[in-house]
Every structure is written in structure tokens, then in C-alpha cells.
Design a protein around this ligand. Structure first.
Ligand SMILES: [Zn+2]
Length: 268
């Protein structure tokens, strides 16, 4: 009996061991990045307690928003029984403080009648970001939506006309008014909306909760519901909404988690 329980303990300790990363995810991970992993077909993945969609051929994705500062915890439940825990090291992002001056006061302290509109706008985008579609465009290698000077980093804590605002949730690129914006990954256009703060705004779903947002566009080209391929034109650069000059505000998300597109592009 003693021998049997010793053997049983040995088997259990193998199955519930802390394994090396055999998910195909490069370490250390970076805060703000999103990562594609691969597991055996039929296995299941949980990221920090949240069950994550796995494609038929075993691919999954997760994103590291600002709250993941040191570790990404992934649990893989094996079809054959048992599970493996992965505690992957995360490199924290260095956030800057950035001064934005010369904004029209109505965008810094929006009038009361506008606050309701801002709330409705935000709710519309929040709802779209709950989508967990089967698309797998997140597996493509990302390209720039437009090339130009980086006029705003992701994650900067912004001070608008001297008033502390929220964290900057995108990457700003300023190639000049009217420059063509293309889809950095393929996907489905899930929202085209004229919003108070972000102007002409578009959201593209890339699958499994990964989405991208494009703000301040001069005009939108792709239509809501349209399937776009990587490199397809989606709009042009402008300064609609709260902007001091023409630029593209480009954000990436994993559901509600704010991600840094610059990491996927390899510039951060
Ligand atoms: Zn921006």
C-alpha cells in the first residue's frame, strides 16, 4: 500500500508539475503584448482564471494589460487528464508622463450635455470588445497600418492643458492629413462610429477577443460588417474628435485589456 501511494504521488507530481514553456511563447513576455500559444488538440486553456478559446488546431491567444506587471499564469488541462501550470515572467513597461497643450477647452472639460454622449460612445466600444469570435487573424504577422512619425507612445499618463487625464491607450502615428490607413491584420469590421472624443472611429475584430481600434480618421473606407484582408484600405488619417493635429490613434485590445501595438510590431 505504501509503495502504491508512493507511485500514485509520483504520477500526480509529474502531471501537476511546473513545466518549462513548451507553448511556443517567447520569454520574457512584455506587459502590453499579446501572445499566441499552441497546445495539443483537445487540451483546454485558462489564463488567470479565465477560460480561453482554443482553435481546432490548438492555437490560443491572450493579452497582457497594464495589470499584468510580473507574471502570466496559464493553466492547461490535458485531454488525457491532469494539468500543467505555467508562470511566465513578464517584463513591466516603463510609462512616461506626456504634456498635451493647446487643446480646445471643450475637449479637456467637456460640457455637461456632452458627457452623456461620451458615455454612450464608450459603452458602444466596450460592448464590441466582449466579442469572442472564431476568426484567427491574430496569428498573422502584424504590419504597420500607416507609416509615419510616432507622435504618442502607448501607456503615457497624459496631462491635457495642465489637467491630469487618463492613460494613453494607443499608439499615435502622424504621417500627415489624408494618408491611407490599411488593416494591420485581417479581420471583420465590427464598428464604424462618429464619436465625440475619438472622431471617426473603427473597430476590427481579429478573433479570440483580439481587436484593434482606429481613431480621428478623416474618412472611413471599410464598412461595418466587411471582412478585410491584411493590407486592405480602411480609412485615411485626419484629426476628427479630440486631436491637436492629424494622426492615427491606433489601439489593440484583448477583450477589455489595453494592449500596445508597438510590441507586436517589434518597436517596443
Ligand atoms: Zn492617441
Amino acid at each position: 500500500m505504501k509503495v502504491l501511494s508512493a507511485i500514485l504521488f509520483f504520477i500526480l507530481s509529474i502531471q501537476i508539475s511546473f513545466a518549462e514553456n513548451d507553448l511556443g511563447i517567447p520569454e520574457p513576455l512584455k506587459q502590453g503584448g499579446f501572445y499566441v500559444g499552441k497546445i495539443a488538440i483537445g487540451d483546454k486553456v485558462t489564463f488567470h482564471g479565465k477560460r480561453v478559446k482554443v482553435s481546432e488546431d490548438g492555437f490560443f491567444v491572450f493579452g497582457l494589460g497594464p495589470k499584468y506587471k510580473s507574471q502570466a499564469n496559464i493553466r492547461v488541462d490535458h485531454k488525457a487528464g491532469g494539468h500543467t501550470m505555467y508562470h511566465l515572467p513578464v517584463k513591466p513597461y516603463d510609462y512616461d508622463v506626456e504634456q498635451i497643450k493647446g487643446l480646445p477647452p471643450k475637449y479637456v472639460t467637456p460640457p455637461k450635455e456632452v458627457l452623456e454622449r461620451i458615455r454612450t460612445d464608450a459603452a458602444e466600444v466596450r460592448k464590441i470588445r466582449t466579442l469572442d469570435s472564431d476568426l484567427q487573424n491574430f496569428r498573422e504577422e502584424m504590419i504597420w497600418p500607416v507609416e509615419g512619425r510616432i507622435s504618442g507612445r502607448f501607456g503615457n499618463h497624459r496631462v491635457y492643458n495642465g489637467k491630469l487625464g487618463s492613460m494613453h491607450t494607443g499608439l499615435d502615428i502622424a504621417p500627415g492629413q489624408g494618408a491611407l490607413i490599411v488593416a494591420p491584420l485581417g479581420g471583420k469590421v465590427t464598428l464604424v462610429s462618429d464619436q465625440y472624443l475619438t472622431g471617426n472611429t473603427m473597430v476590427i475584430d481579429h478573433g479570440h477577443g483580439i481587436s484593434s481600434v482606429y481613431a480621428h480618421m478623416e474618412k472611413t473606407i471599410a464598412k461595418e460588417g466587411q471582412i478585410v484582408k491584411q493590407g486592405d484600405p480602411i480609412g485615411t488619417v485626419g484629426m476628427t474628435g479630440r486631436a491637436t493635429g492629424p494622426h492615427l490613434h491606433w489601439g489593440m485590445n484583448w477583450f477589455g485589456e489595453r494592449l500596445n501595438a508597438g510590441i507586436a510590431l517589434g518597436i517596443e
